[in-house]
Design a protein around this ligand. Structure first.
Ligand code: MG
Length: 183
């Protein structure tokens, strides 16, 4: 098929990007959405982007988070965004240990590459947004542009190019402003 890999996509980290990072969130009742996230993704949707969530969940490997609860957390997140007319084309999670070096665990690009394969994401016209440098690196390794949300990690200007975000902003709303300005 010649029309595959044609969809511009925003890959979104979960914790610290869409919802407050509770560190190994295992209780679906503890989901707290960050300010402005529904409106921000609504603007990207209107601009023709599809959404794929890509989240490292090493709490599964550690036995702190159960698969049953993780599924319920993601079911509720999908439902909350659906109330605002926003659909996640896919939600991918990497349940592997921090030191696993698994190809699906960020900073490896595996989940984004899966998005290209399964959801026709056109990586070159796509973006990765997250609050960790591992998000930035995963985005770049997949061939996307990356935006770092401030608050947790600082980019090191002397580090490798793959860990230098295209933009550094404070909020998802500001990240969306950047994407809509340059793309
Ligand atoms: Mg995060």
């Amino acid at each position: 098929m010649s029309s595959t890999h044609a969809k511009k996509t925003v890959f979104l980290d979960r914790d610290g990007t869409l919802i407050i990072d509770k560190i190994y969130l295992n209780d679906p009742d503890q989901i707290v959405y960050l300010p402005g996230v529904f409106e921000a993704l609504g603007r990207l949707r209107d601009a023709g982007y599809q959404f794929i969530m890509v989240t490292n969940q090493s709490g599964i490997a550690r036995g702190i988070v159960t698969l049953e609860n993780l599924d319920e957390i993601h079911r509720r997140i999908r439902a909350a965004f659906a109330e605002h007319g926003i659909e996640f084309r896919a939600i991918y999670y990497a349940p592997y240990a921090v030191d696993s070096n698994h190809p699906l665990r960020k900073p490896a690009p595996g989940m984004l590459l899966k998005g290209a394969e399964e959801c026709e994401a056109d990586l070159k016209s796509s973006w990765m947004i997250g609050d960790r440098l591992s998000d930035v690196v995963a985005g770049h390794r997949a061939g996307c542009r990356s935006i770092l949300l401030t608050g947790v990690e600082e980019p090191d200007p002397s580090a490798a190019a793959e860990s230098q975000p295209e933009f550094i902003v404070d909020t998802l709303t500001q990240a969306v402003d950047k994407i809509l300005t340059v793309s």
